[in-house]
Design a protein around this ligand. Structure first.
Ligand code: F6P
Length: 513
């Protein structure tokens, strides 16, 4: 008997490859099978999200073969480990408990998260009620997972009204912080320092500069204006933040999965704690679906099937995500970190070399802008790029309905055109005007982009990423790949390190040698 995982991959690779048009022709029930509505509330009033994977090449045979692969990889067992707080992050010897922040996980972790959220709510409400004087601005300082989630959620949820004007600053390039200073009045500004480790050089340098800016602009007690969001509370206290303004989160919540923890403090401050909790509830609904659905009916797992089919079998190196909604303009950035930092791995959880690519490169943008910039390659280039479209039926704007109607029809037309192909020439023969078609896409269509929907959308992508990692046998929860560059930059900053001649020349040219 051969290895069941290899056997499943061999079966998947050997299956016939009908075109999308052939798949639609062959199966009148195709849409019903792969166009799934995910309800967000107990009834229709709660809204929902459609996950339409009908324009991918997944068919009965592929789905069955991928289900066998999932069984061979013990997907159900790994999922149980994830959702019960087992040490699934094997290389770092810890659990990955982001779902406990939303109420799904080991009982003690769920209780601890609820208590920490209650503390965060108290601080947010105290700020809203004036306990820190007038607070009109927040400068949130953090990087990577300590910035991308809050930035996305604030942008998505507070376009119409922000209770506090928030500026998320991540880059060490001083220009980023200076721009935030220019937009804020120091007398009415608080600073959130968000860092799981409370050691990241960019964040700590920016935080020191923000404190200096407050002091130089007449704030008598700059540390009194700081809130720390961290899994290392003792370091935050040692740095100077009063314990009452340190909002901790557990070590078992990974940086890129930390939006749900106290790292979401600026979301609660800007959108209100009820909105933050609605986001958690939406994510929890997706957690429960992920926990309780099997095989192809499990939406994140089904998406992972398609992702790995294109990556490993069809040789697609990238997957593009286009949000046809300005409020989700930052979603591609967020997903880039989530997917590439999690699944950009070359060894399995056991340290063996992986047998093939583990994840596509994630990229994307906003529709319709992207149509006029990068879609040429998607339609006629030599790369095959699976595309995700994400849109909301309810508009985010209040202008003439024509705006939203044009936005949505363009979104749907792109998916249709990628699949159909054709020739724009009158005689149908001009190769320059020919479109091969048969290019896959998936569409995620939300009833409305409210906080619960956003939570469910992000949780869907977290679980999709985890499911893909299980299918390829890797650990999605470590990120040693980013450590080497950090270490070498720190060595340079400390005046040490031994570098190649080219790097030495660059350091000398910049006066840093
Ligand atoms: O860039 C690597 C990384 O470790 C991310 O995973 C993390 O979100 C980010 O740095 C910030 O780390 P910290 O929250 O500890 O400052």
């Amino acid at each position: 008997m051969g290895d069941p995982v290899d056997a499943a991959w061999d079966r998947i690779a050997a299956l016939p490859r009908p075109t999308l048009a052939e798949l639609f022709d062959a199966d009148p029930a195709r849409v019903a099978r792969l166009f799934t509505r995910f309800p967000l509330g107990p009834d229709e009033a709660g809204g929902g999200i459609v996950f339409d994977w009908s324009k991918t090449h997944l068919d009965e045979d592929l789905l069955a073969a991928f289900e066998q692969l999932a069984a061979a990889r013990d997907f159900a067992g790994k999922r149980r480990q994830l959702l019960t707080g087992a040490r699934i992050n094997s290389t770092e010897g810890r659990a990955a408990e982001h779902t406990a922040q939303r109420g799904v996980g080991a009982e003690t972790s769920v209780e601890e998260a609820a208590a920490l959220h209650a503390r965060m709510r108290m601080l947010v409400e105290a700020i809203h009620q004036g306990a820190f004087g007038e607070v009109r601005h927040l400068i949130h300082i953090g990087i990577g997972g300590s910035a991308l989630g809050p930035k996305l959620a604030i942008d998505a949820l507070t376009r119409d009204l922000a209770l506090v004007d928030c500026h998320v600053v991540s880059n060490i390039d001083g220009l980023a912080l200076e721009q935030a200073f220019a937009a804020c009045d120091p007398a009415t500004t608080m600073v959130a320092v968000a860092s799981k480790t409370f050691t990241t050089i960019e964040t700590m340098t920016n935080a020191e500069s923000a404190l200096r800016w407050l002091a130089q602009n007449g704030v008598a007690d700059p540390y009194g204006r700081v809130v720390a969001l961290t899994a290392s509370p003792e370091k935050a206290v040692a740095w100077g933040v009063d314990e009452t303004r340190v909002l901790p989160f557990p070590e078992s919540v990974g940086g890129r999965y930390s939006l749900w923890s106290s790292i979401g403090f600026p979301v609660a401050l800007a959108a209100g704690p009820d909105e933050f909790e609605a986001m958690l509830a939406g994510a929890r609904a997706m957690d429960e679906h992920f926990r309780d659905s099997e095989g192809r009916a499990n939406l994140p797992l089904r998406a992972a099937f398609a992702d790995l089919y294109y990556t490993r079998v069809r040789g697609c190196q990238t997957r593009a995500v286009f949000a046809y909604d300005e409020r989700l303009a930052l979603l591609p950035d967020y997903l880039q970190q989530l997917e590439m930092e999690s699944n950009g791995k070359r060894v399995t959880a056991d340290g063996a070399p992986v047998s093939g690519p583990t994840a596509p490169i994630t990229w994307g943008g906003v529709g319709t802008d992207a149509q006029h910039a990068v879609f040429q390659l998607l339609h006629q280039g030599t790369h095959l790029v699976p595309v995700d479209f994400i849109a909301s039926i309810a508009p985010g704007d209040t202008l003439e309905p024509a705006h939203h109607a044009i936005l949505l029809t363009n979104c749907f037309a792109q998916g249709a055109a990628l699949m159909a192909g054709g020739n724009m020439a009158a005689d149908g023969k001009d190769p320059a005007r020919a479109f091969p078609g048969d290019r896959p896409s998936a569409t995620i269509l939300c009833d409305d982009l409210d906080a619960a929907t956003l939570g469910a959308l992000i949780a869907f992508h977290e679980h999709r990423t985890f499911a893909a990692a299980v299918l390829t046998g890797i650990n999605p929860f470590d990120q040693f790949g980013v450590e080497l560059g950090k270490q070498m930059a720190n060595e340079i900053a400390a005046g040490g390190g031994s570098f190649d001649a080219g790097t030495r020349a660059l350091l000398d040219a910049a006066g840093l040698g």
